[in-house]
Design a protein around this ligand. Structure first.
Ligand code: TRP
Length: 332
């Protein structure tokens, strides 16, 4: 890795089905960042247990996510790719940062409010301190940028606040991370309810495309996509379903939404939906083929994350040592 490049850190939770939304909104952009940034990617398994997980499912989802990231084009020759739980410094720095974060700040996090409403029977302390662990993830590596979607912006803002507070209490220790807003990042909406984000937890499986869905399933789901009672394919305020399909089509074909809308002017919704389904299936095909190879080669996956974790923990340890020294712990 070259030192002249800015460093990027990002992580993704191994919480189950990986959707087209995860791919077009995040993963694909990570792949594209690898040439311009020194990229560090983690499987955020520590974060995932803030919601109760079945242990065997968590293991399965972690391996599947690693295989999918490799299939999508995360290149271990260029970037680090490891499990957060394998680099113990994440949990250790998170503890320290907890002591420099106010209850009030954490109470204002909208994700905490949403998740505690959703999991009312398990509002655990980890769910509350989730953002300080995220701050630790980022600050350990002195990341310059963090590619984030809308839903994680508030957490990144808090990471900056915590870093700034620590720096001014002691001396310059952490780099204040900037959000890296992805220009071409598509916000993919549910195919069944196009005003809400595509999510694997949609009760209706037709609402999301899993990256492992086969061609027939993909096409069938697009054919059933909810649109509107009009008949023309146009990109226009209020045409949520059609706009979403145009965004997806544009993201997988490289055409602009305007070009895409033109291509379908005079055609019916049926033809349009079929074309979007076919384009998505064609785009995912090579990724799915590589995924099959990776998932059948666990030894390779283990070798990637083991090597990366070794490198990551050296960087992380150097930051943690500085922090321990500054707060006043005796040196080992
Ligand atoms: N909380 C993020 C999410 O659910 C995942 C995450 C964990 C993360 N640590 C991070 C993202 C650090 C960016 C930087 O999407």
């Amino acid at each position: 890795m070259e030192n002249t490049k800015k460093r990027s850190f990002s992580a993704i939770q191994p919480s189950g089905t990986i959707t087209l939304g995860n791919y077009l909104g995040a993963i694909r952009n990570w792949v594209n960042m690898q040439d311009d940034f020194e990229c560090i990617f983690a499987i955020a398994d520590l974060h995932t247990i803030t919601v109760r997980q079945e242990p065997s499912a968590l293991r399965k989802h972690s391996i599947e996510l690693l295989a999918m990231l490799l299939a999508a084009g995360i290149d271990p020759e260029k970037s680090l790719l490891f499990c957060q739980s394998h680099v113990h410094q994440h949990a250790e720095l998170a503890w320290v940062l907890n002591c420099y974060t106010q209850m009030g700040e954490l109470s204002r996090m909208t994700q905490f409010k949403d998740k505690s409403a959703k999991h009312a029977n398990n509002i655990n302390a980890g769910l509350f301190t989730y953002p300080t662990l995220m701050a630790a993830d980022i600050l350990l590596y002195k990341a310059d940028v963090v590619p984030v979607g809308e839903d994680q912006k508030q957490h990144l803002e808090l990471s900056r606040d915590i870093a700034g507070r620590f720096n001014s209490t002691y001396s310059d220790t952490f780099v204040l991370p900037e959000p890296y807003i992805i220009k071409s990042g598509a916000r993919v909406m549910s195919l069944q309810n196009p005003t809400s984000k595509m999510s694997k937890s949609d009760e209706n499986v037709n609402g999301f495309i899993a990256l492992t869905d086969d061609e027939d399933t993909i096409i069938r789901k697009f054919k059933r996509a909810v649109t509107d009672s009009e008949t023309t394919v146009e990109y226009r305020e209020g045409k949520y379903g059609i706009n979403n399909l145009l965004n997806i089509y544009s993201a997988v074909t490289g055409k602009t939404v305007i070009e895409a809308a033109k291509e379908f002017s005079g055609k019916g919704y049926g033809d349009f939906k079929l074309a979007v389904g076919e384009a998505v299936a064609a785009h995912l095909k090579p990724i799915q083929e590589r995924y099959k190879d990776y998932i059948g080669n666990k030894d390779y996956i283990v070798s990637v994350y083991t090597k990366s974790a070794g490198i990551a923990s050296k960087i992380a340890e150097s930051t943690l040592r500085k922090v321990y020294k500054k707060v006043g712990f005796l040196q080992k």
